[in-house]
Design a protein around this ligand. Structure first.
Ligand code: AKG
Length: 308
């Protein structure tokens, strides 16, 4: 659906100005968008998962942990697919305020793609290097967007999400290195090209919400504060965008229509998209792939000689 057609539908939770800002700049920050009731419920569920991770080797199906994780001092990087893991996250993503927000930016027919809870633990929680999302999970068009919810107050010390305004209008960058290995991040020359000095750091009190388009260059610094920075992320797309890889096939709720109806006609954007590696044998997290850890998943392009 074209931007003008989306804007012609009456918004549910945003002003017309906020919608236009998103399409022009590629991102939004909505301070205190989520109610305290929802935040308390999400925290109760999240605390139970943190407790569950207090074992020597937490489940790889549920958690991605830092190499120094221990039962007495858990260091979670990510709860892998909250929507598939607990009904509270599911209700929040499918029926809560985020579904209205997604509809205001995607049009009446909205599909859920995936979710994750990035903890960025206190005292050194890892950086997320500059990258664009869509090369990780190509779709037939560039409608997909990710909505993040800060479950705690987040200030600049805590590694808030950083975005480069309007970078969604620019090129998609190659996330492979010179040896054709997936790094999942822009190389130094491309980072210089987009100008990290232009970054806007999205901070705010708990319940603040970030939105970024799937072509947006974004990332975040390490968390050097004594406070963790839990950011609950859920990705949605217009119903007429079809995902092109099997990355989320193991998640039962992926690609579910949460508002409106399934598309009869698929929309194709002619701009090419980079193909990621074939991660059907396993994918852990952006942290693991960007740190190029052992077992983080395949690094060569899907279908290349290196896969055989
Ligand atoms: O957690 C963050 O700061 C950024 C997360 C992100 O960009 C991602 O998971 O793709």
């Amino acid at each position: 659906m074209k931007t003008e057609e989306i804007l012609a539908h009456s918004p549910k939770v945003l002003t017309q100005e906020q919608r236009e800002f998103y399409f022009d700049q590629g991102y939004l920050l909505l301070e205190k968008f989520i109610s305290d009731d929802w935040l308390d419920t999400l925290w109760a569920t999240t605390s139970a998962f943190i407790e569950q991770s207090r074992v020597e080797t937490p489940s790889k199906e549920l958690f991605d942990v830092e190499p120094s994780h221990t039962p007495s001092s858990p260091r979670l990087r990510r709860l892998l697919s909250p929507v598939d893991t607990h009904p509270v996250y599911r209700e929040f993503a499918f029926e809560g305020p985020l579904a209205d927000l997604a509809q205001d930016l995607l049009g009446p027919n909205v599909k859920y793609h995936h979710s994750k809870l990035n903890f960025k633990w206190s005292d050194g929680g890892e950086e997320v290097k500059w990258h664009q999302d869509i090369q990780y999970w190509p779709h037939t068009n560039y409608s997909p967007l990710t909505i993040g919810v800060y479950l705690s107050d987040v200030d600049e010390e805590m590694g808030p999400m950083g975005v480069i305004p309007e970078s969604h209008k620019g090129p998609l960058f190659d996330l492979y290195n010179e040896n054709n290995e997936w790094t999942g991040a822009l190389n130094d020359q491309d980072v210089a090209r987009v100008g990290p000095h232009n970054a806007v750091w999205l901070k705010g009190p708990r319940g603040s919400v970030t939105v970024h388009n799937c072509r947006m260059v974004h990332g975040s610094m390490p968390n050097h504060s004594p406070r963790m920075r839990p950011l609950l992320l859920q990705t949605y797309a217009a119903a007429d965008a079809i995902t092109l890889t099997n990355l989320t096939d193991r998640f039962p709720h992926s690609n579910r229509i949460i508002r409106g109806e399934a598309a009869k006609w698929i929309d194709f954007d002619p701009r090419p998209c980079l193909m990621p590696p074939d991660w059907s044998a396993g994918y852990r997290s952006i942290f693991a792939v960007q740190q190029m850890e052992e077992g983080a998943g395949s690094r060569t392009v899907a279908g290349s000689a290196g896969m055989m």
